[in-house]
Design a binder for this molecule. Sequence first.
Ligand SMILES: [Zn+2]
Length: 316
Amino acid sequence: MSNELKAGGFCVEAGKKLTGFFEVPGTPVKMPFTMVNGCKEGKTVVITGGTHGGEYPGAETAIRIAQELCPEKVCGKVIVVHPVNVPSFMARTQYVSPLDGVNLNRVYPGKALGTVSERIAYFISSELFSQADFYMDLHGGDIHEWLTPFVLIPMAGSKEVAEESRKAAEIFGVPYVIGSWGTGGTIGAASLMGVPGFLSEIGGRGLWCEDEVQLYLRGVRNVLKLYGVIEGEPEKFCDTVWMDKMVGVDAGVSGCWYPCVVPEDVVKEGQKIGEIRDFFGKVLEEYFCPINGKIMYVISSLPVEAGNPIYCVGPM
Ligand SMILES: [Zn+2]
């Protein structure tokens, strides 16, 4: 049958829903999945939550949307992985997998014979992106990140892919849509394979709440409507501000981080953003904003390590 939905060695006939675990070859990783092959033909949408294990609103949204989709009401195919980074999710690690110390969202499209994270990325790219018409990667602020909700769209692929991604991001229901120029993450890799998509950011600081999950679910359902996968007209929930990139600043030294801004603060070039002090209170470095803009996220943990992000500002 040409209308079967296949991935990771599983096969789902039209009109059926299957849940199980994708085994990532050569690793102990088993990723929970839900595959829905609708009664009617249509687009194929891939949804991942928990690419970073400590970003709970996105992971919980993936778990919920997987439960609510049923083949009778789906036109096309949906594959949800919920969550992707099971080792990091269970170990509550920030950014990296406890198995290889690698940030999964830096190693796409992955390697068949790489580290655990590289093999996860390879599985997602080769098995899922290869058949997707659209891709949603649901993130949030990590355990130590405080952010204002935004959506990143891939700019590294074709102009058409970027435009289609932006159209979907603008109806997702959060106010900021930002260009992402990287290729080593989920959406960058998918875009280079011709798949439009976005990476959404809601919540953070190791928390999740029902309001965030509902905001997330509303957006995911709206994009599924845009692609005709579920019934209904997509709505416009809010006006969006476009930013063609974000400017991230990394810590120059390790120490204790004292920010003097919060997410959504409007900041001016040269304005002080925070400082890093040593354990005795001595100021090691001060940070001043490089541009006029809006604070998109700021690190909320006291410790920071040299080379890790401390804040990010969107140009305005
Ligand atoms: Zn993330």
